[in-house]
Structures are given as C-alpha cells and as structure tokens.
Design a protein around this ligand. Sequence first.
Ligand code: OGA
Ligand code: MN
Length: 219
Amino acid sequence: MTFPAACPLPAQRLDEMIDALVEQGFYAGKALIDPGLCQALYREVEDRAQQDVLTRAGIGRGRDFEQRLDVRGDAIHWLDRESLAQRRYLDAMAELQQALNAALFLGLFEYEAHFARYPEGAFYRRHLDSFRGRANRVVSTVGYLTPDWSPRAGGEMVIFDEQAPDREVARVAPEAGTLVCFMSEQIPHEVLPTHRPRASIAGWFRRNASLGGIVDPPR
Ligand code: OGA
Ligand code: MN
C-alpha cells in the first residue's frame, strides 16, 4: 500500500472538528488519516523501535526534565520531515493549523510532533499538555497508527471533564486512522495501560509565549 501525493483531512471533517473543539474542547474522529500514510508512519516507528533508536520520554522541559516510568512509559522520536510520510502528515497538520487560525483566531504559528511508542504494559497518567507557566501549547493532536487494534488490547485514551477532572467524558481506541484533537491547557487526559505495543504521533500547535524577554523554545 502506498499513499497519495497529498493526504489532507477532508474539508467537511475539518468543520466538524472545529465545531467540536469550540463546543466541548475536544474532537475524536475515526478514519481521518489516509490508510497508506498510517501504514508508512507505523513502519517508521516500528523500524526505529527494532533498531532501538527511540528515546525514553519524560516530563517537563529543560532543567525540569525527568524520566518517570510511574507517570509515562512511552518512547519517542521527534518528526523532522526526513521521510515523505512525515512530510505528508505534517502538511496535513499545517492545513489544520490554517483552518483553526481562520475559524478561531488562535494565532497558532508552529507545530511540533513526535512519534510515540508505548510498549506492552505502558501508560501515561492523567495530565494536561501545557507546562506550568508556559501557556504556549494551545491545541494538541494525536494521530493513531497501530493496525488491527482490538478492544481487548486496552491502551485507550481517556478524556476527562474540564470542570470535574474525575469525570470521564470519552474513551478513544488507538486504532490506525483515528485523530484526536483537544485544547491543550484545558482537557485532562490519560493513556490506559496497553496490552500490546501502541504507536501514535502526538503533536502540539503552539503560540509563541514570550516570558521575561525569553522567547519560549520548542519542545
Ligand atoms: C501525550 C498524550 C495521548 C495518546 O503524548 O501527551 O497524551 O493517546 N498522548 O497517545
Ligand atoms: Mn497528553
């Protein structure tokens, strides 16, 4: 299987996504990412896992960075446009960025994204995606890549209520083609323990946050 020269998100689904972001702060849609593109991206992350060239993820940035297996167990690789598949995916996200800016005036100016692979048994405890005091991640996206996901495999992403963070509002199976997006500073979420390796691309649209004269660096 291969993928087309461009893999944009269907225009009508973009509208659906924007409405849901405004109304409930999140959106989850199946079959949004081209199947051939998912397969190519999945191979990339699995190849990297086999070659043992993924990096253990952590929490916090800069001097606050820590590896905490009790918090998150995935291994990552930042997208850098090195493959055609990565470029197609990032181009689709650039279109989403334009649509979000046009509809919601969010002033998103940049997108950063990494592959994430959760080995069997891994999870990511409930969290928000923005770092304290650094309100620069505005909208989060997660695209799922693992083919043939079964309900027995666990690994769902759970979305919680913004006002009542103990109340679950949605549970999303990480099956290839599904795309989730949500407001980074508002929506608590977690990844339940997975019973088989689970691959995704997590990404963030950012607004530049200038703090004390320092232009906030990415990542
Ligand atoms: C993250 C995250 C969710 C998922 O990487 O911050 O919440 O379903 N990922 O992979
Ligand atoms: Mn997250």
